[in-house]
Design a protein around this ligand. Structure first.
Ligand SMILES: [Fe+2]
Length: 279
């Protein structure tokens, strides 16, 4: 058994892993990559020149692929849970989209274990994927703010996706009153079982409500939490080169896309590990 080499990133989380994802990892290699992921929150592979079929096989090595029923607005490929994310007008992903997306976790009301992004065509500037380290964000939360969230839950919107587009979430209803509409509650402080370390889980900002608080108190608390997370010391910003593959923890990290030139093309392949016994 040989060890897979890896290089931790300078920013305090993340690691570049020297493994070619064109090959389905063995059970031992899955364990090694998972161990790096657990410790570093995300891993990425360079020179990921792989087909959708190979990506699908890579996903399955780590867990269950996405159940597409709860997902919205992306072109679905013939492979379960694998989506094309592109801004080019090729009838696959609707209007060109180049704007910044705010911090979120995918399927935030019941987050998938991990997200994967493979870059095919990337702009020379911008279009970066940023990740926020929510373990560190919780550890450095000011004591009064920590006190304010202890034991609390956020009711996650079950209607809109992270871009504010209405969709058909399971059990979703139209939002008129954020404080009183049904949603799916998630604990604000969660614990990652493989390390025992807690992390801040916010899910998504739009239509979120901290249970038990008035709307104004909830909005004020959420604004403070997002302002805290927004501090660059918690962030890693990945500037894409073509044919890279990023595998990120969708619970211990929030992610967002940075803006880019509307005339630049950007095409990524997205997949998720919905549930996993190793991540
Ligand atoms: Fe996302």
């Amino acid at each position: 058994m040989t060890s897979i080499p890896y290089t931790p990133m300078a920013g305090g989380f993340g690691a570049r892993v020297d493994f070619d994802p064109a090959r389905v990892p063995t059970a031992d290699e899955v364990q090694q990559i998972a161990k790096i992921f657990r410790q570093h929150l995300f891993v990425y592979f360079t020179q990921a020149d792989i087909s959708m079929q190979q990506l699908a096989e890579f996903v399955v090595a780590f867990g269950k692929p996405d159940d597409p029923s709860g997902r919205l607005a992306s072109a679905v490929s013939e492979y379960a849970g694998i989506r094309v994310v592109e801004n080019a007008e090729k009838g696959k992903f609707g209007p060109r989209s180049n704007s910044e997306l705010d911090w979120h976790s995918d399927r935030f009301y019941n987050p998938v274990a991990a997200g994967l992004l493979q870059s095919l065509v990337v702009p020379a500037e911008g279009g970066d994927t940023s990740l926020a380290n929510m373990v560190q964000a919780l550890a450095e939360l000011p004591p009064a703010l920590r006190q304010a969230i202890e034991g609390r839950r956020i009711k996650q919107d079950a209607v809109f996706d992270a871009q504010g587009r209405p969709g058909m979430r399971p059990g979703g209803v139209a939002v008129q009153d954020v404080a009183n509409t049904p949603g799916i509650a998630t604990d604000i402080i969660q614990v990652y079982p493989y390390t025992g370390l807690p992390y801040l889980y916010l899910g998504n900002r739009l239509n979120a409500h901290v249970e038990g608080l008035t709307l104004s108190a909830s909005e004020a608390l959420l604004d403070q939490l997002y302002a805290h997370v927004n501090q660059p010391r918690f962030h890693y910003r990945h500037h894409w080169k073509p044919l890279e593959l990023l595998l990120y923890d969708n619970r211990r990290c929030m992610h967002r896309r940075e803006t880019f030139d509307i005339n630049a093309d950007r095409k990524l392949i997205a997949a998720v590990v919905d549930t996993s016994d190793v991540l």
